[in-house]
Design a protein around this ligand. Structure first.
Ligand code: ZN
Length: 253
């Protein structure tokens, strides 16, 4: 699937999602007591866009959290990185830390794997090995849904699912790009296996504030066309909802 995102390709409107009965009718997520949550982020921002509500919930419940930053996200603006010697990897790492602080996490624990942005599929074996060392039996692993639609996201989701099965950990899949291409009333998303996490007003406001830390993605990083925002406001609106949706990955086919 080709994923095109720019001012002319803004995907399904948020209004369509908001009126979607499929989403409204989802059952509430059941969070059994876990000791540790492993949050797999293909790029530095996915953890917050997809799971900021769950992070806040884990912090409140005193659950240990570890973010696994799979790539450094250096590929969002390749032309600008080359022409302006922009250290996007470092910028995005600090944006992620800032966002996690804003969610109330004083000392975010982030393990960086430094796999190449847009090249996770090629390095799937290394990712499997790394996750196998990190994920322990009984953990809750939260990673992108394996059909989210971006190759790095799909590879992370598939890897996490395979490792969780082997290790005996629970896995929830979060959605980022699926909101862009999926049909709100169709069967693209496995609704039967989806659950909703409601965000209270304060949690919702914090999530929005946290997403505003990703300036290199939400705003142009320079005057040229290649510097354009990767996540314009029309897309960001999907992550400012008062709920999050997760796919229970180990019960879905
Ligand atoms: Zn991503």
């Amino acid at each position: 699937m080709e994923l095109t995102v720019d001012e002319e390709h803004l995907g399904r409107s948020e209004a369509l999602w908001r009126s979607s009965a499929r989403q409204r009718e989802l059952e509430a997520i059941e969070l059994v007591r876990v000791q540790r949550m492993i949050l797999v982020a293909p790029h530095p921002d996915d953890e917050v866009l997809g799971a900021a509500g769950l992070i806040q919930r884990a912090l409140t419940d005193g659950i240990e959290i570890e973010v696994v930053a799979v790539t450094d996200g250096e590929g969002s603006h390749p032309a600008s990185v080359a022409s302006k010697h922009l250290d996007l990897a470092n910028i995005r790492h600090w944006e992620s830390r800032t966002a996690l602080h804003r969610l109330g996490w004083d000392e975010p624990v982030i393990t960086r794997l430094h796999l190449p942005d847009s090249g996770v599929t090629r390095h799937r074996k290394r990712l499997d090995e790394s996750l196998s060392e990190i994920v322990r039996p009984g953990d809750l692993c939260v990673a992108p849904w394996r059909h989210d639609g971006h190759p790095d996201h799909d590879a992370c989701g598939a890897s996490a699912r395979a490792v969780c099965r082997e290790v005996g950990a629970r896995m929830l899949g979060y959605l980022v790009w699926a909101w862009h291409w999926a049909d709100p009333e169709g069967a693209d998303i496995p609704w039967r296996h989806c659950r909703r996490l409601e965000l209270e007003r304060r949690a919702s406001a914090r999530k929005r504030w946290a997403t505003e830390a990703f300036q290199s993605q939400t705003h142009p990083i320079g005057p040229d066309a290649a510097d354009a925002a990767v996540l314009p406001a029309a897309l960001m609106r999907r992550f400012w909802r008062s709920y999050e949706v997760y796919v229970d990955e180990l019960t879905s086919a």
